[in-house]
Write a protein that binds this ligand. Structure first.
Ligand SMILES: Cc1cc2nc3c(=O)[nH]c(=O)nc-3n(C[C@H](O)[C@H](O)[C@H](O)COP(=O)(O)OP(=O)(O)OC[C@H]3O[C@@H](n4cnc5c(N)ncnc54)[C@H](O)[C@@H]3O)c2cc1C
Length: 440
């Protein structure tokens, strides 16, 4: 608690990375917390299910070496020895060919574009990686900047499909600041000989233990976590938070922290000031969709295969090319990932239909693929999978304080210029807790 402050009763909506990190920090500042989570478990987008007796994320997850807040959480929660670092094999699939992209030198062999295009791709990436100030890239789209930097042919073979894959119809509007910072951070997660190889982290036993440990610590410090509790509204009086309503019950509060996506936030708080709603409305989301396959043999040799070809998915993430398949009772785990706008037909499919839809695409990655290799399949989706980061995105970031006294917000639309990730959600949750404490 800051000087002269009283202990607050803070209700947190959402038990994902942001909500749990905020609750932990609030407790360390001397406040009482209660968390309300709509699902039956903690973890939010890092939700897991069981494969061969081992938890596995419904959506692929790994850490970069510069995810320092996440690494600190592992250490502080006594799980530091679980976090393992791997050198994955990555590739870029274009013109029916998987081009390895494990070290920058692989670029020289990327003959999907003429040699001069490769040189321009390499030099511009090196240049962008070294820039420690992203602000000069705020008002230009990634498309415009990159076509100028690498030429149309190289853009169409490399960056264009990657942007399209993540942002589909919005891809032409994506701000260069977001991409420049992503390049900087991604290139920063390197090691091996000469520091050329990408290094990615994944914990033994999945990410689930870190969320369980957070939840258990919060409970042992006197906090409460209500699962299966979908909050219906934030109760206010004279523009001041009074509590929340959930399951027909009223829970009084001194402060409320929402970690919900913007559209949910608006629904929960009809009295939000119109200027704040206007900012919330500036950000669109892409749904995330992952078809997860358990195969009886490997599909490819790569961990991360970006698809820059006309396949019905935009990335093939073969998890068991990063961590051993023995953890999953010998199953080879493959995520076939998409980011799609609301209303996309994929969102209406079940796993069997999606697999049927993807089958010929999977065969283009491995012509021998046969449906009999599939032991099991699951399809997961999340409506707030990826905020769309357009030019001048700084103007689209809602502030932590909402304009309703005592009501704060921490969600992935506030993460910028970094790409959304657990690291930044933990950091944001802690920051929101500090804002609540400072304004006390
Ligand atoms: C496909 C995909 C891949 C990703 N890959 C990575 C990766 O490789 N590495 C990485 O670090 N990060 C990755 N991320 C990002 C990471 O998962 C998120 O940044 C992080 O989990 C977001 O945490 P959050 O707490 O902000 O939101 P969420 O996890 O969405 O938590 C919000 C919580 O609020 C709850 N909620 C919503 N409405 C209500 C309500 N009315 N009442 C009660 N509860 C409610 C939800 O159920 C949810 O649990 C990925 C995300 C996706 C979608």
């Amino acid at each position: 608690m800051s000087d002269s402050n009283e202990q607050l009763n803070v209700l947190v909506v959402g038990a994902g990375a942001a909500g749990l990190a905020a609750a932990r920090r609030l407790q360390s500042l001397g406040h009482h917390v209660e968390i309300f989570e709509a699902r039956d478990d903690v973890g939010g987008q890092v939700v897991t299910f069981d494969v061969g007796g081992e938890p596995l994320e419904c959506f692929y997850h790994h850490l970069f070496t510069n995810d320092v807040t996440a690494v600190r959480f592992f250490e502080e929660l006594g799980l530091g020895d679980r976090l393992q670092w791997y050198e994955p094999l990555n590739a870029h699939f274009v013109k029916d060919h998987a081009y390895p992209f494990t070290t920058p030198l692989d670029l020289l062999r990327f003959d999907a574009v003429p040699f001069i295009g490769r040189i321009r791709l390499g030099l511009s990436s090196l240049w962008l990686r070294r820039k420690s100030d992203w602000t000069p890239y705020e008002d230009i789209t990634a498309r415009e900047y990159l076509i100028r930097a690498v030429g149309k042919e190289a853009f169409d073979a490399f960056w264009g499909p990657l942007l399209k894959g993540k942002f589909s119809d919005y891809s032409d509007d994506i701000g260069m600041a977001w991409l420049q910072w992503k390049i900087r951070l991604r290139f920063g997660s390197r090691g091996g000989r000469f520091g050329l190889k990408e290094i990615l982290g994944y914990p033994n036993g999945s990410f689930r233990p870190i969320y369980e440990r957070l939840a258990n610590d919060i409970r042992s410090n006197g906090g409460k976590i209500y699962l299966n509790e979908r909050v219906e509204s934030v109760v206010t009086e004279n523009n001041c938070v009074k509590g929340i309503s959930s399951g027909g019950n009223f829970y009084p509060a001194d402060r409320v922290l929402l970690t919900t996506p913007n559209p949910v936030t608006k629904r929960l708080v009809p009295v939000l000031p119109s200027e704040y709603v206007e900012v919330l409305d500036r950000v669109q989301y892409q749904w995330a969709s992952c078809l997860v396959l358990a195969l009886d043999r490997p599909l490819t040799e790569y961990y991360w295969l970006s698809i820059a070809d006309s396949l019905p998915f935009v990335a093939c993430v073969e998890h068991t090319n990063l961590v051993p398949k023995e953890r999953y009772d010998g199953n080879h785990i493959v995520y076939l990932s998409n980011y799609v706008p609301p209303g996309h037909p994929l969102l209406e499919m079940d796993a069997g239909e999606a697999l049927k839809n993807f089958e010929s695409g999977i065969r283009r990655l491995n012509p021998e693929f046969d449906i009999s290799w599939v032991r099991d399949a699951w399809l997961f989706s999340d409506p707030a999978g990826q905020p769309v980061i357009t030019t001048n995105y700084s103007n689209s970031i809602p502030s932590i304080e909402t304009g309703v006294s005592g009501l704060t917000l921490a969600n992935t639309t506030q993460i910028y210029p970094e790409d959304r990730g657990q690291n930044y959600s933990f950091r944001l949750g802690e920051r929101a807790a500090e804002v609540i404490d400072e304004r006390n």
